[in-house]
Ligand binder design. Structure first.
Ligand code: GTP
Ligand code: MG
Length: 288
């Protein structure tokens, strides 16, 4: 059953406590067995797709932060966010995108570097050196699997499952210095800030069953208007003062019985236009 977060006009995005406890337990088990964490954020909402308690969740393990889907975000904002996050977290931050392999060696170098202290401490304890163990974590749909696939691409050699890991998880040797867990850790959606919840809905990080598409699209329009004032108006060719789903649907001639605007269809289309980058390279968390 859905858990409604807020009473009143904004009770549109829900979350499910039962699923969350299970997901968190699994995530913690995975985190326990790795040396380095790759945290994937959505470059269009670097703040809203981050997890506030990340340090505690990952037990202060070294972390590489990726601003993924940077091909869909404002390049200027991405640069600013890289700087801000680096300063705030003291972690290396790279901008990545699934259709670009240039960042691969940078990612691998950083992982090896971040894992080095752990390997040195193992050697000091008289153990044999081994590859750095790394896993990818992040909110739903930020591109975790795409990054794993990109890292694995060249090397299909899987090493055996290790104790403490469920059987479906495998280590993949990426290079002599790096072993990657082939299953990503999903940070479950648990958000009581509706503003952030909306932004996660914009980027399709929340299942559609948890929200009202029209409310999310309406909020999306308002959010874009805040950051890019004329964009929606220009893209949909509106000549009205009011910028709303209703106006866009009428403009596109999406009408249902009774001559009313087909708001549902229009809302879905607006969100798709954004998600597929048709509205341009937009960042909806402001770095300034
Ligand atoms: N434009 C763009 N699309 C991307 C990028 N990375 C991933 N995608 C797309 O985003 C969607 C989600 O990517 P996944 O790699 O499945 O994301 P995920 O984090 O594993 O998602 P879940 O397993 O659902 O949590 C897919 O349609 C990808 O093709 C990127 O850098 N740029
Ligand atoms: Mg995935």
């Amino acid at each position: 059953m859905a858990f409604i977060l807020e009473r009143g006009s904004m009770e549109h995005i829900h979350w499910y406590p039962g699923h969350i406890a299970k997901a968190e337990k699994k995530l913690k088990e995975q985190i326990n067995i790795v040396d380095v964490i790759i945290e994937v954020l959505d470059a269009r909402i670097p703040f809203s797709s981050s997890y506030p308690n990340i340090k505690k969740l990952i037990n202060e393990k070294p972390r590489l932060i990726l601003l993924n889907k940077s091909d869909l975000a404002s390049p200027e904002q991405t640069l600013k966010w890289q700087k801000i996050i680096k300063e705030k977290t003291d972690c290396p931050v790279l901008a990545t995108s699934s259709n670009d392999n240039k960042d691969l060696s940078k990612i691998l170098n950083k992982i090896a570097e971040l894992g080095q202290p752990k390997i040195i401490s193992l050697i000091k304890k008289g153990m044999l050196p081994r590859a750095v163990r790394v896993m990818v974590i992040g909110m739903p749909n930020v591109g975790k699997s795409s990054i794993i696939n990109k890292l694995i691409k060249k090397t299909k050699a899987k090493t055996g499952a290790k104790a403490g890991v469920t059987r479906e998880q495998q280590w993949v040797r990426i290079n002599p210095k790096v072993d990657l867990l082939d299953t990503p850790g999903i940070i479950p959606f648990k958000q009581d800030d509706q503003k952030i919840a909306y932004k996660l809905a914009f980027v399709d990080s929340i299942g559609e069953h948890a929200y009202d598409t029209e409310a999310v699209a309406e909020n999306f329009i308002n959010t874009v208007n805040e950051f890019y004032p004329e964009l929606i108006k220009n893209y949909y060719g509106l000549d009205t003062e009011e910028v709303s789903i209703n106006e866009i649907a009428l403009k596109r001639n999406w009408i249902i019985q009774g001559g009313r605007a087909d708001l549902k269809r229009c809302a879905q289309n607006i969100l798709n236009d954004f998600r597929q980058g048709r509205l341009g390279k937009l960042t909806l968390d402001n770095a300034e």
